[in-house]
Write a protein that binds this ligand. Sequence first.
Ligand code: COA
Length: 254
Amino acid sequence: MTEILSHIDAGVMTLTFNRVDKKNSLTAAMYTALADAVTQAERNPEVRVLVFQGHETVFCAGNDIADFLNNPPSTPDAPVFRLLRSMAAFPKPVLAAVAGPAVGIGTTLLFHCDLVYAGDNAAFAMPFVNLGVCPEAASSLLAPQMMGYHRAAEALLLGEPFMAEAALEIGLVNRVLPPTEVNSYVQVQARKLAAKPLSSLLETKRLMKAGQAALVQQQMNEEAASFGRMLTEPAAKEAFGAFMEKRKPDFSKL
Ligand code: COA
């Protein structure tokens, strides 16, 4: 599909979010394409490294809210959860090039990447509470671990965005670059990794993640059950309805 571009070059599979007019928000069909591509990346011996990138003006605005209303991810087999499970268990190195907004899964996906490079225009946000739902991608576990509890609470309870420099400070990104240079810099880093012995990369990543791999999957399952339920409840209905009607949500009675 053209909204998710995939190509393999020099051992690097690059997946590009390509729906800029809708700020690279992700539909169920795009999640399916991404999940299939990630499975292929794991199985294909030609792929040694995986890269996610968007456009220099926008990485990903999270779930497509209209599509979400039509295709709510109500079961663990929903494409979004399939993608997240496979990302959490993905054995090869994963890099992300982030410029512009990275909202919802646009940020939480990064917890499952090994190296993240950001444009100085990158703006990260996890506004799940503002949408009447709860975190996904094990971000309720991984954000407090990475940022410390209070900064995670600011990001997850208040849903406040944070910029590239703050993301660098908390360790979510490795380096901040001009937005026009991020995608090409990530390709350079990916090629460096692709030239290294894959067996050592796989084992090193496995060892770094082994301590809490089961816990991450367990947290994602628990989040997915809550997320699916909360999507059908009044707070999410009000939040999503307000987004569609381009008005402020009213949670005063919820
Ligand atoms: N779902 C569906 N459509 C979305 C979208 C989303 N998550 N994010 C953006 N769009 C659409 C807008 O509705 C608009 O469509 P239109 O041109 O048909 O009106 C278009 O993309 C451009 O968005 P706009 O808001 O005008 O761009 P912006 O540059 O002012 O702001 C964002 C960019 C990403 C900050 C803003 O679009 C935003 O906050 N989006 C919602 C993010 C969100 O809550 N995601 C869900 C996380 S779970």
